[in-house]
Design a protein around this ligand. Structure first.
Ligand SMILES: Cc1cc2nc3c(=O)[nH]c(=O)nc-3n(C[C@H](O)[C@H](O)[C@H](O)COP(=O)(O)O)c2cc1C
Length: 250
């Protein structure tokens, strides 16, 4: 699979997790076959203000495989201004968080709050794309709550605004991490987009990855909690893929 010009040689990616996907964890997952890893989300404003912790999050000096830096932003100016610092770290991809449901992120208008403000989401994405020299992707949920599921229109709009791929977590923001997931919406997104769609949600085993690929038709899955304490999950998913069981990058 290609995300813009970046070749992703595998079908299982490490999903971004704040407090988890630091450089040590990313290295472990890369060694075990994660086709791409993503950093913890980092505040665009924090980077612009020169915050030390934010700078540490985007340090990729120990990474060997493809890596995306994930930013969160609530307005286009800081989103665009942080790109210079992000690019200096040499990421393969910049990902924008449009799915985080945590109150401290949402109350500032970032993360999943952007799904209720597609106009601002588009402005942020366009601002980043206009100054980035690597592909820019977005990570979304189905919508903010069951009454406002808008992932299909939202993802289409992001594609038109220059997104190189979209990761869809098969829950609404209101669900946080509660069951059930709704992979059928990921399929609906995949059916209308030309860019790659990465399926995410509840992959805790290689068999779950096969099931999610089956349900969605996506060529790649992003694994979050399933890799916590078990980075071998990437090797196991890749082994099933090599055996030709089901997963084959589209
Ligand atoms: C501890 C933790 C931290 C997370 N941090 C982020 C983050 O920084 N950015 C993001 O887009 N998603 C974040 N997520 C969401 C995951 O990337 C993923 O979308 C979600 O956990 C569903 O996938 P899973 O069922 O494979 O865990 C986080 C999830 C967890 C459990």
């Amino acid at each position: 699979m290609f995300i813009g010009s970046v070749e992703i040689k595998g079908c299982a990616l490490l999903s971004p997790m704040a407090g988890v996907t630091d450089s040590v964890f990313r290295s472990l997952c890369s060694e075990q076959g994660a086709a791409m890893c993503t950093t913890e989300m980092v505040s665009a404003k924090g980077l612009v203000m020169g915050d030390r912790k934010s700078a540490e999050i985007i340090d990729l000096s120990s990474d060997s495989g493809p890596v995306a830096i994930q930013i969160f932003a609530s307005e286009p100016e800081s989103a665009a201004r942080c790109v210079e610092k992000v690019m200096a770290c040499g990421p393969d991809i910049i990902d924008i968080n449009m799915g985080c449901p945590m109150p401290k992120i949402v109350k500032n208008g970032a993360g999943s709050a952007l799904m209720n403000d597609p106009h601002k989401a588009e402005a942020i994405l366009r601002a980043v794309v206009s100054v980035s020299s690597v592909p820019v992707t977005v990570k979304i949920r189905l919508g903010t709550d069951p009454g406002s599921i808008n992932c299909v229109e939202f993802a289409k709009r992001m594609e038109q605004a220059g997104a190189a791929a979209v990761t869809v977590h098969a829950r609404t923001a209101a669900q946080m991490y509660a069951p059930p997931t709704h992979p059928e919406y990921i399929r609906a997104v995949r059916e209308v987009l030309r860019i790659p769609v990465i399926a995410n949600g509840d992959v805790f085993s290689a068999a779950d990855a096969v099931k999610l690929v089956d349900c969605t038709g996506c060529g790649c899955v992003a694994v979050g909690r399933g890799a916590l304490g078990y980075p071998w999950i990437f090797r196991e998913i890749n082994a099933l893929n090599r055996a030709g069981v089901v997963i084959a990058p589209a």
